[in-house]
Design a protein around this ligand. Structure first.
Ligand SMILES: Nc1nc2c(ncn2[C@@H]2O[C@H](COP(=O)(O)OP(=O)(O)OP(=O)(O)O)[C@@H](O)[C@H]2O)c(=O)[nH]1
Ligand SMILES: [Mg+2]
Length: 222
């Protein structure tokens, strides 16, 4: 299964050298695409120097937009799947083979789930995660897990079908919803819950409002 690893990155120059070195042990770096989304800290240069392929947005467009750019690239270049993973070392690249193995079992989307052990997740993120997952499960008519996890494998068939309307952190919710509605099989692999001291780029009020707006929009699918 030819897989493109897509890494959305906003000011991640500090983490990328370590991350890319770890990725290299399990996946060829010429099949790793870092999307630098208007960073101000030299993220693109650092990623290029470490041997990854790089797309660079002159200004910040959102995590979802960057992921979508990665999806288009993968489709154009004939990849069978993408693996999306965060640049901030919360997603251990050593799990990449587990995602591929799960996809081979016949799953179209594989989500890295932290639901088996969420100790270490800050309370506000825990509550947001549980609530958004419950809402999306109800909307999608199936029990979903860890819908806010950015560590995923998505097969080509899903990428071809997906029509996003949101391009920030809501994008990943919309992707899972559409995959479920189109009847694609969604599987899970356990990943650890890792939180450092980094500031999240998620804006509590703005991104919550975006999620509510998305949920209302998804209701009209029914
Ligand atoms: N392309 C792009 N990537 C972003 C943007 N904001 C954050 N990211 C990246 O998305 C990944 C996750 O960002 P975080 O801010 O940690 O969000 P999160 O992991 O969902 O939130 P936490 O659970 O609080 O860690 C990291 O690789 C960031 O560099 C953005 O505006 N554009
Ligand atoms: Mg994070």
């Amino acid at each position: 299964m030819k897989t493109l690893v897509v890494i959305p990155a906003y000011n991640e120059a500090r983490h990328l050298p370590v991350l890319l070195r770890r990725i290299q042990k399990v996946h060829p770096l010429n099949q790793v695409l870092v999307v630098d989304d208007g960073s101000e800290d030299g993220t693109a240069e650092v990623a290029r120097r470490a041997g990854a392929r790089v797309l660079q947005n002159p200004r910040n467009r959102g995590k979802g937009f960057s992921l979508y750019q990665g999806f288009q690239e993968a489709l154009q270049q004939g990849y069978d799947a993408v693996i999306t993973l965060d640049a901030d070392l919360q997603h251990p690249p050593e799990s990449i083979p587990a995602f591929v193995a799960k996809a081979r079992e016949g799953y179209h989307v594989v989500v890295g789930s932290r639901f088996h052990d969420m100790r270490g997740m800050p309370l506000d993120r825990y509550l947001t995660n549980k609530t958004t997952t419950l809402v999306l499960s109800l909307l999608a008519g199936q029990r979903l897990e860890d819908t806010q996890s950015g560590y995923r494998l998505i097969r080509r068939e899903v990428l071809e079908r997906f029509r996003p309307t949101t391009f920030r952190f809501d994008f990943e919710s919309e992707l899972l919803f559409q995959a479920a509605m189109y009847g694609f099989r969604i599987g899970y692999v356990p990943i650890p819950t890792i939180y450092g001291r980094e500031q999240s780029s998620i804006h509590k009020v703005r991104d919550t409002l975006r999620f509510i707006r998305l949920s209302l929009k998804l209701l009209s699918w029914h």
